[in-house]
Write a protein that binds this ligand. Structure first.
Ligand code: AMP
Ligand code: ZN
Length: 113
């Protein structure tokens, strides 16, 4: 499949990987929007959040858990951070593989878009 995040998950293209486990991989965003900008993806390919089946929704909880752990290791747990999932065209999703952004390390805009 021609999916850049599947290729990162498979180790076929390089990424600055911060975390990996049986369910998810987390790596630094190549075009960071904040001093800390991490992308957290499931190893399994789901094109969008909307396509995640109900029985797999626990996966998003695990992604949040990993984001919280990374916020600690990246030193932004106390200053605060944001987790975001963009879904679909008007949601601003560019890469068609479900992913969560972890953003922090600066004062983030209160405007959500
Ligand atoms: P989204 O707009 O939610 O689809 O966000 C996709 C994110 O993936 C963007 O912030 C990109 O900078 C990031 N991205 C795209 N390609 C790569 C890559 N090869 N390695 C790391 N991050 C990437
Ligand atoms: Zn994929």
């Amino acid at each position: 499949m021609d999916c850049i995040f599947c290729k990162i998950a498979a180790g076929e293209i390089p990424a600055d990987i911060l975390h990996t486990d049986e369910e998810v991989i987390a790596f630094r965003d190549i075009n960071p929007q904040a001093p800390v900008h991490v992308v957290i993806i499931p190893g399994e390919h789901f094109t969008t959040l909307a396509e995640l089946p109900e029985e797999k929704s626990v996966l998003v909880g695990h992604m949040v858990h990993v984001a919280n752990k990374l916020a600690v290791s990246e030193g932004i747990s106390e200053s605060g951070y944001r987790v975001v999932i963009n879904c679909g065209k008007q949601g601003g999703q560019v890469v068609q593989h479900l992913h969560m952004h972890l953003l922090g390390g600066r004062q983030l805009d209160g405007n959500l878009g």
